[in-house]
Design a binder for this molecule. Sequence first.
Ligand code: DI6
Ligand code: FE
Length: 415
Amino acid sequence: MTTITANDPANDWDLLITDANIATMDCSIAAPYGAIENAALAIRKGVIVWLGKQADLPKFDVLATPMLSAKGQWLTPGLIDCHSHLMFAGSRAEEFEQRLQGVSYEQIAALGGGIASTVAATRAEDHEALFVLAKDRLNALYAEGVSTVEIKSGYGLDCENEVKILEVARLLGENHPIDVKTTFLGAHALPLEYKGRSDEYIDLVCNEMLEQVVTANLADAVDVFCENVGFSNEQTRRVFNAAKKHNLPVKCHAEQLSNQQGAQLVAEFNGLSADHIEHLDEAGVKAMAAAGTVAVLLPGAFYFLRETKQPPIELLKQYQVPIAISTDFNPGTSPLCSLQLMMNMGCTLFRLTPEETLAGVTRNAAKALGLTDRGVLKVGMRADIAHWQISHPAQLSYQFGVNKLLNLWILGRLN
Ligand code: DI6
Ligand code: FE
């Protein structure tokens, strides 16, 4: 035991969690899940200031330190949903019915349904209505241990409405315990009024829209749907160049329905992530590995579209591309607002291990958002901590539908 003096910070902890098993997800700890059993963790000012075997705790002021026993249960990093489109209005249940009768996602999009119908519904709602809709969804994620969520725009598709969506997302971040990161996805789909004029629409995205978004500091990153039903590789490049001019990191909806070399392109811009990537090839994987671009897998969309083409998981592992998992929560291809369900699907549909899946919603999801202060439990990191009633961390991927969350601290606070 270390003896400490009166000035030692150990006298000044805001909370000490004892009797915990901790899945730190820290790669520098050799055990599976970076696990430390019989452990304790101390928080001061929203940051983890001590973590280790309980037997190694320094002497601290027992009377002055708020303490909580984890009762032998598990702590993990707060979960991170690094790819969501949760700011939308309306429902696409009828389209779901059509698809079940054999109409394809691309056919529906070509007929003016799909994303365009959500755009019409979202344009029709004001800030307040969108706030309420999105808050409910954020609450659902929060209830299952999610502490950081990325929210994309992309259902406005004009200056006014893209700005509105991002403003509401920023407002949610200020009014909800979850930390919200925003991504400008003006190039999500071609709005109906630009039919046949996609290059002109890209001009609007790169100039007016992005200028407004940047001026009001509404976006943390820029994304493009690089696809047959979205935008070409060349158009995606234009948007990435514009983002670069404003020092915004880029990410890409890449290789979801076909191979448009979007992953190589986003890697060329040292992008944060290439997402979906069912049709990714080896050259794309290599480019991502070289650039440190994260592979974000979206099993909900794969499942909901009843896709059969698997992302190249073995190649991603072979080239050590970090793999994240996310909900892609959206009304068209993944109306599934549960990151825990995605963890289960990551294992069942993509054959990831529960440990890889947990890394996918913590350490690697943080990387996919360019965040270095979370995703791993260790000293110096944000105290974003989920406390679970489980006897093994694999239970988080194995079981679904019974909520095992006991506590969720975000920046050291329970809400
Ligand atoms: N890929 C997707 O899966 C979603 N957006 C995208 O670029 C679909 C969005 C929608 O259909 O509303
Ligand atoms: Fe998406």
